[in-house]
Design a protein around this ligand. Structure first.
Ligand SMILES: NC(=O)c1ccc[n+]([C@@H]2O[C@H](COP(=O)([O-])OP(=O)(O)OC[C@H]3O[C@@H](n4cnc5c(N)ncnc54)[C@H](O)[C@@H]3O)[C@@H](O)[C@H]2O)c1
Length: 247
């Protein structure tokens, strides 16, 4: 029998790459699908893994990719981009639409195509990337927050629909991890990492490896009765009702 296959979008760097490493080390053939850098990233994992150039919003390309796989066991919907973080009155609709498109429409397209194959074979696991921004309101993250809250709801709706077909659908909601996405926000002066760490009950950023382990757990047989959940991996951020001076 061939090894199981895990398809990881946005897996060339960051959280997606940390996740690709975990699945590769644990016996999966990994397919990294990314806008750029996918082939090089897959090459570092070993010759049985493949990298594919893909824009997750390109419906025809998503269909071609998934239909070309000999099997699909795990999908990690990880590809993502940041919000502009501009004041809401200055936000452009094109930016808003692009963020929703990449995070939400892209995740739907991948889930739909993989879901077809998974429900046919009677097994499979999908893990979507939500965020603390989809759990609590963060100023100026309109599209990003809405997309990540939408991911959590789509996770529930797909989980309910496909539970009887042996397919589980879950999400993780990470807190801030130091990846290229976050570095860009720091460089642009959009976020203050010291202030963010003070807000986290654990007092630190999250390591991409910690998020990868949560994704691994949700995709693994150890989570066989878990479907439709969004698991916070945030050092306690969402649990903490920060009252500021009033607490
Ligand atoms: N880093 C964090 O603090 C954090 C926190 C919560 C949630 N997340 C989520 O985790 C996921 C990964 O984030 P990251 O920090 O590793 O980001 P990253 O910027 O380091 O990596 C994102 C990857 O997605 C790819 N990508 C972007 N648009 C794409 C598209 N249209 N098609 C295919 N690939 C595309 C990029 O090329 C890149 O390789 C994202 O969904 C993000 O929203 C990140």
């Amino acid at each position: 029998m061939t090894s199981p296959v895990a398809l990881i979008t946005g897996g060339a760097v960051g959280i997606g790459h940390a996740t690709a490493c975990v699945f590769a080390q644990r016996g999966y053939r990994v397919v990294i699908a990314d806008l750029s850098g996918a082939q090089d990233a897959a090459h570092t994992l070993g010759s049985e893994h493949i990298g594919v150039s893909l824009d997750v919003t390109d419906e025809a390309a998503v269909r071609d990719l998934v239909s070309g796989l000999d099997r699909i066991d795990v999908l990690v919907n990880n590809a993502g981009i940041g919000d502009s973080h501009l004041p809401s009155v200055d936000q452009e609709i094109e930016d808003f639409r692009r963020v929703l498109d990449v995070h939400l429409s892209g995740a739907f397209l991948l889930a739909r195509e993989c879901g077809r194959a998974m429900t046919r074979s009677g097994q499979g696991a999908i893990v979507n990337l939500s965020s603390i921004a989809g759990v609590v309101g963060l100023p100026r993250r309109n599209a990003y927050g809405a997309a990540k809250a939408g991911i959590a709801m789509m996770t529930r709706s797909l989980a309910c629909e496909w539970a009887g077909s042996g397919v589980r659908v879950n999400a993780v909601a990470p807190g801030y991890a130091r990846t290229a996405l976050v570095e860009k926000l720091v460089d642009d002066g959009r976020i203050d990492l010291a202030a963010i760490q003070r807000r986290v009950p654990q007092g630190r950023l999250i390591n991409p490896d910690e998020i990868a382990e949560a994704i691994w757990f949700l995709a693994s047989p150890a989570a066989s009765a878990i479907t439709g959940v969004t698991l916070s991996v945030d050092g306690g951020w969402a649990a903490f009702g920060d009252f500021g001076d009033a607490s």
